[in-house]
Structures are given as C-alpha cells and as structure tokens.
Ligand binder design. Structure first.
Ligand code: UTP
Length: 288
C-alpha cells in the first residue's frame, strides 16, 4: 500500500487571475523563476511518487510543453555554454512514462476532476496535490503525510488554522486531536460562513485518498457553487471509513489568490541570497 501515484487537477479556469490566465494556465504563473506547478511536481517526486497524473482541460498546452524536452532551447544553451541553465531546463523533464495526462472536458469541479483520473489510479490509495497551495518546508509536505499514512492507513488531508473570518474560503473540519497535530475528522463542510463553521481548521490542497472515493465522486452530486466538490464526497466517505486532518510542518501560501501569490513570490525570493540582497532594500523603501 505504498503511495506511488499523485493526481494533479489542473483543469480549473483560474478566473481570479484574469486577464493573466486568459491564454496562460494559472499553474504556469511563476513564483520567482519556476511555475507553481513545478514546485508541486518536485514535492511529489521528492516524496517518492512514481507516477504524476495531470487532469488537464483546454488551454493547458503550455504545461505539457513545460514538462517535455525542448531540443531547440537545449541546443542553443549548449552552444552558448550556459551549463547551469541547460541543467535547470533538462532537470524539469521527469523520466519517460512518469507523467500521464487525462482530460476533464468541462470544469465541473475539483471532485469531478479527481474522478476523471479513476482508471489511471485504479484500486490503490493515491495522493492529490493542488499546485495553488505552495508550501515552504524543510521536509516536503507530501512526504510528511505519507509517513503519517503509513501509521494511520486512512484517508488524510493537510489542514491549517485560518482566521475565523476566512472560513468561507475553505473546506472546514470538525475534529478531535487523536495524536500530536493529527485530528480525527468528525464532519466537514465546504465554505461555511464563520457563524456556521465548526472550527477554524481549514483543508488545503494535499490529500491522500483511498480508492473508495471514486465510487462516491461517481455520484456526481453538485455542492457549493454548483460544482462537484471533493469535500462532499469525503463527507460521505466519513460514514464508511475514518479520515484524518494532518497539521503539517511548513508555511503555506495560497497562490490561487492574488495577495497570497505575491507573498509567495516575496517569501521564496528572500530565500535566495542573490535576490534577497537586492530585494530587501527595495522592499524597505517601498514600505516607508
Ligand atoms: P479553484 O477552486 O482554485 O478553481 O480549483 P480555479 O478554476 O483553478 O481558479 P479560480 O477560482 O477560477 O480563480 C482548485 C484546483 O482544482 C482544479 C484547479 O485547476 C485547481 O488546481 N480544478 C477545479 C479542476 O481541475 N477542475 C475543476 O472543474 C475545478
């Protein structure tokens, strides 16, 4: 029951970033010099994932090109002796047959996008990563979760504490702390208003799911926003199997949101000594 497959739902429209995302996939927006999807793929590979399953939609071609070889670019970099850049460009391409693509023909919701990967995943537990949630951590978050899964052998999702007034942006769990930082979920609700939220523990875009979820997603029940929601299928799964919320170690940025995306750029830039040196004085000037 090792977690070998990871699903990346990337078929959403990215409307919060229009007009930037009119012709460019949201997942290709760069944080410093890497598209956000690349951070998530690197996290998965560093966590032992062997198969990357992209659920794409129309207009996502740039993403497929990004993870493919660009012979013309490589040849030019080689001729110009740009060895570091050549290495960086080559290292993006995972080994042959590691990436599989499937399509979600209509953006019917996150739950539906995951359901589209059912035949590729098959009958084994699998991970789901939403690239929008970019996480700075010493140990890759998915690796932390896979370790916890080895102990719990149950569906899990990463959770963070959010300010009460922001609950309507997330799936929120009601849970009881079973181990240090791991909560057994009692119920969950998608985007509740603060007065109806059972807690301030919000689900973010890292999951490990048992294959039973596909049967529940297959019912295609519409939930919040008229979309087929993963949270609703997980609520139904809860009646059959335990589910846990895992408070990971790391700092998370919501790159699906404009302010969160800018914060991620600043935080990741400050980690880079070459950029930090120029950025800090500039930032100080801007703030004063
Ligand atoms: P979001 O809720 O962030 O939606 O989806 P979005 O379309 O990407 O962006 P906005 O809200 O319009 O700005 C969370 C994740 O689920 C995927 C998205 O690509 C994103 O990774 N998704 C969402 C799908 O793959 N299909 C869908 O039908 C909806």
């Amino acid at each position: 029951m090792r977690i070998k497959k990871a699903v990346f739902p990337i078929a959403g429209l990215g409307t919060r970033f229009l007009p930037a995302t009119k012709a460019m996939p949201k997942e290709m927006l760069p944080v410093v010099d890497k598209p956000i999807i690349q951070y998530a793929v690197e996290e998965a590979l560093a966590s032992g994932i062997e198969q990357i399953i992209f659920v794409t939609g129309s207009g996502k071609g740039a993403l497929e090109d990004h993870f493919d070889t660009n012979l013309r670019l490589e040849k030019t970099l080689e001729e110009r002796k740009k060895t570091d850049l050549l290495q960086a460009v080559k290292s993006i391409v995972p080994s042959a047959s590691c990436i599989v693509y499937t399509r979600q023909s209509e953006p019917l919701g996150l739950g539906h996008a995951i359901w589209c990967a059912r035949d590729i995943v098959g009958d084994e537990p699998f991970a789901v990563l939403l690239a929008d949630d970019l996480i700075q951590s010493e140990v890759p978050v998915l690796y932390q979760m896979i370790n916890e899964f080895d102990r719990l052998r149950a569906s899990m999702m990463a959770i963070v504490e959010v300010p009460k007034e922001e609950t309507s942006r997330y799936g929120i769990i009601e849970g009881e702390e079973a181990f240090n930082g791991t909560f057994q979920v009692k119920s969950m609700v998608e985007k509740p208003e603060p007065e109806n939220a059972p807690s301030n523990l919000a689900v973010i875009g890292r999951y490990i799911l048992t294959p039973k979820i596909f049967k529940l997603l297959g019912k295609k029940q519409k939930g919040a926003g008229g979309e087929i929601q993963l949270t609703d299928a997980m609520s139904a799964l809860l009646e059959e199997q335990p589910i846990f919320g895992y408070k990971f170690k790391g700092r998370r940025f919501d790159c699906g949101d404009k302010a969160g995306f800018q914060m991620a750029n600043i935080a990741f830039s400050l980690e880079r000594p070459d950029i930090r040196e120029q950025l800090l004085p500039g930032l100080k000037k801007l703030i004063n």
